[in-house]
Design a protein around this ligand. Sequence first.
Ligand SMILES: [Zn+2]
Length: 213
Amino acid sequence: MTEQEAREALVDYGRSLFQRGYSCGTSGNLSVRLPAGGFLMSPTNVSLGRLTADALSRLDADGRHLDGAAPTKEAWLHLAMYAARPNDRAVVHLHSTYAAALSCRTDLPADDALPALTPYVIMRVGRVALVPYSRPGDTTPAATIRQLAAAHRAVLLANHGPVVAGRDLETAVSAAEELEETARLFFVLEGRPSRPLDREQIEDVQRVFGAAP
Ligand SMILES: [Zn+2]
């Protein structure tokens, strides 16, 4: 993928996520790792629905702003995921409603915060780790995220939302959508008898389809 194609993909996926209600206001941000090194990111204070290919932020491999608009203030989240996942080339961060609601719960295991309700969440997202709350602008959880992201393609920031990595932007967006839909199922089922997949069923899906990388 050329840099220009990466720019157009960020604009297209940003608009699609915004139009389908996955990001409201100026919340959420997207990034890709460029083939020549460094990153493209959505700028600060711009709706994902209004990104333009020539106004994205370009950062070097160390996360320094090179050109384009100032990057999202949450660039550090993306950089922490990339540092832990050298084979991934895209990161999606959303404040999507049901995943954000899930991130406020206190009754879910911190190393497996998203119940395995369908085989698809196992294939596309895997186990989701919960990152303790930090106020906006506090970057001290970067070390925790780097540690967790080595074994989790998706982490859930408490009282905030998900951060999801993928081998390309399509994979990362698809996993973020699957995470949101699974969180929605969790709340739809709340208070009703329900049955997440058991350990044997999860391992069966992983054996046949492979675990989420
Ligand atoms: Zn955020």
